[in-house]
Design a protein around this ligand. Sequence first.
Ligand SMILES: NC(=O)c1ccc[n+]([C@@H]2O[C@H](COP(=O)([O-])OP(=O)(O)OC[C@H]3O[C@@H](n4cnc5c(N)ncnc54)[C@H](OP(=O)(O)O)[C@@H]3O)[C@@H](O)[C@H]2O)c1
Length: 356
Amino acid sequence: MLAYTYARYGAPEVLTKVEVPTPTPKPGEVLIKVFATTVSAGDWRARSLTLPRGMGLIGRLVFGIRRPRKPILGTELSGVIESVGAGVATYEPGDAVIAFPGAGFGAHAEYIVMPATGNLVPKPDAISFEEAAAIPFGGTTAYDFLVNKAPLHAGEKVLINGASGSVGSACIQIARALGADVTGVCGSANAPMVMALGADRVIDYNRVDFEHEGIRYDMVVDTIGNVPFARANKALRPGGRMVLIAGKTSDMIFGGLKARLKGKRLIGGVAKESRAALEAVVTLAAEGRFKPVIDSCYPFVEMRAAHGHVDTGHKKGNVVVQIDQGSRQQHSFGAVARAKSTRHTGLPGSAAALMG
Ligand SMILES: NC(=O)c1ccc[n+]([C@@H]2O[C@H](COP(=O)([O-])OP(=O)(O)OC[C@H]3O[C@@H](n4cnc5c(N)ncnc54)[C@H](OP(=O)(O)O)[C@@H]3O)[C@@H](O)[C@H]2O)c1
């Protein structure tokens, strides 16, 4: 199979398209033919080793000390099951799926092997393969923070910094689905999009510092990394929560203590990559309550250009990479017949999805 690999950290030019052996599913695993994937902030960080301040050593321990440990990037994908290993009864060849290898990477290839019980769910027919591939990274991060780690409640006022990114655009929609009053911080060019996603109002980060507006929020969410607690504090009501999805290590470590001293809370850390969160956001997407934003779609041969666009730090939502469109069209015809005998959807209802 063809895959993009990298053997050293650096600019998109470190990526090379090479022929590597197609993996074989072991017992309990499935082989997925990848139709679409994305270049996520996770890929950018792992490829360039651009890490939040204070995370350099930890980053090298995670990604590989002298060179990348996992040569194929790609945190999320959609595709169809090509074959299944012994003992797999939940999927069969031809089933369309959405998968989130996450920190396991490996989606920038024509095929990937995953455990059948891993972060993998059936793809609803109503969602295109491109949209499907763009759900897991931003969607599950937003879901894990706003539903599991720092539950946001109906009627609460939330401010989301970085509302036009992959994580931020998902946060806006999930906060909206939870019934919150949502303010998005984004550039003026992205303001109409953020409003259309469900924000009640937007703040242009080039013109207004939200902490000086005099409005108090129940929750401030930072997906950019430029809101240390001292900044969020000015915009939080007494007892309010700051959610630090991106930030410096010192803010992650000391922000919690600073928040407590001010009678507030800071919730940070790493989103849990779980199948339950993936099922929940795919359910919301199937119901039209979460639509992953697609900035642009690149063909597989332009993987380096897709990375280059993500490197600018100004993508809107998600950058999708399409792989093997020929097989995808064949699958679309076959899917009509298969839909009549759908064995499972595996997805909970949206009410359950939002209860975590
Ligand atoms: N904690 C976790 O578990 C976890 C999980 C996933 C991701 N993350 C982190 O979350 C961060 C966001 O990821 P992402 O995929 O959402 O990034 P992204 O899509 O690359 O973010 C790009 C967006 O950020 C906006 N932006 C840039 N500077 C801004 C500013 N000063 N104020 C407001 N918006 C600004 C850009 O809008 P303009 O073009 O208008 O500037 C652009 O739309 C990354 O650092 C990532 O590593 C953390």
